[in-house]
Ligand binder design. Structure first.
Ligand code: 3PG
Length: 306
């Protein structure tokens, strides 16, 4: 049985070693495809593998067509919008994620980004403090809850909106429940996005919402670039010179935004929320264990295309 680790953005070496150890102990042969130049390299590499471990790598219908022996794909991470779930299901391929395993890394980055913007991108210009300010969290899942806890430790007030959670669950996670997007945006000095990219969320963070934010507010995006209506964001930044945007997922119009808005906009050069040794080890090893367990016992607990 062959397992391919296909990561355009490689795991830390310690994570690769740990994944290999688990799989080889289970009798699997491990292949590694890192930093590949083209999607065609992935299509070629999957030809005879039985299992696939990926990060944000794109598992398209073309990849699934080429992977004649493939039984399981594990996305070492949370979001699985990079996998064509319908095509996987049509090919009888199980798709899993590893929820929670890289959440702390993303949460730490969200907090770091917030402070980076509050302190004017570490330039000598006078900044502001986050203590006493209100952080609104849109989607209170694994990452959102960790962001909230860290923000509270910084002395921030934390509010959260999550249509899948009751008020009691949000309160138990340490945040004040909010019931509408308008209320969340209007009441947040910092707004941290933790929603997945779904048909219902793509382009949903638009001009109307962004301009609801109070004076001096900052929108923090460690989620997905697709959830932002980029034209709406640009218009909002234009009309509201007090608003800032910081993101781990560069928008298509980044060059324009940076030219027009300077220090009010920042994007990491490459998505780095989950890029810590700890997150790589947690998510990578979990992925390896889930594969071993799936073939040994049929465990589909983390399957996302049921
Ligand atoms: C996730 O969905 O888990 C994060 O966006 C991390 O993605 P990455 O593994 O490509 O860094």
């Amino acid at each position: 049985m062959k397992v391919l680790i296909a990561t355009q953005k490689p795991f830390a070496a310690a994570a690769v070693a740990g994944i290999k150890e688990i799989l080889e102990k289970g009798g699997y042969e491990v292949q590694l495809l890192e930093k590949y130049a083209e999607q065609a390299d992935l299509v070629k590499a999957v030809a005879d593998v039985n299992a696939l471990i990926i990060r944000s790598d794109k598992v398209t219908a073309e990849v699934l067509d080429a992977a004649k022996e493939l039984k399981i794909v594990v996305r070492a991470g949370a979001g699985y919008d990079n996998v064509d779930l319908a095509a996987a299901t049509a090919h009888g391929v199980v798709v899993m994620n590893t929820p929670g395993q890289n959440s702390n890394a993303v949460a730490e980055l969200a907090i770091a980004m917030m402070i980076f913007m509050a302190r004017t991108q570490f330039t000598p210009a006078t900044g502001s403090e986050v203590q006493g300010k209100t952080l609104g969290i849109q989607a209170f899942g694994n990452v959102g809850r960790l962001v909230g806890a860290k923000a509270k430790a910084l002395g921030m007030k934390v509010k959260a909106l999550d249509p899948f959670l009751s008020d009691e669950q949000i309160a138990a996670g340490g945040a004040e429940p909010v019931h509408s997007l308008d209320e969340l945006y209007a009441g947040s000095d910092y707004l941290s996005l933790h929603i997945p990219a779904l048909p219902s969320t793509i382009g949903s963070i638009n001009y109307d919402l962004i301009t609801k934010m109070p004076k001096g507010a900052t929108l923090v995006n460690t989620a997905r670039k697709e959830v932002i209506d980029e034209a709406g964001l640009e218009k909002a930044l234009e009309e509201r010179p007090d608003i800032k945007y910081v993101t781990d997922v560069a928008p298509d119009n980044l060059a324009v935004l940076q030219e027009k808005f300077g220090l009010r906009v920042f994007a990491t050069p490459k998505k780095m929320g989950a890029q810590t040794a700890e997150a790589n080890i947690n998510a990578g090893l979990a992925a390896a264990r889930q594969i071993v367990d799936y073939f040994a016992t049929g465990n589909t607990r983390f399957q996302v295309n049921k």
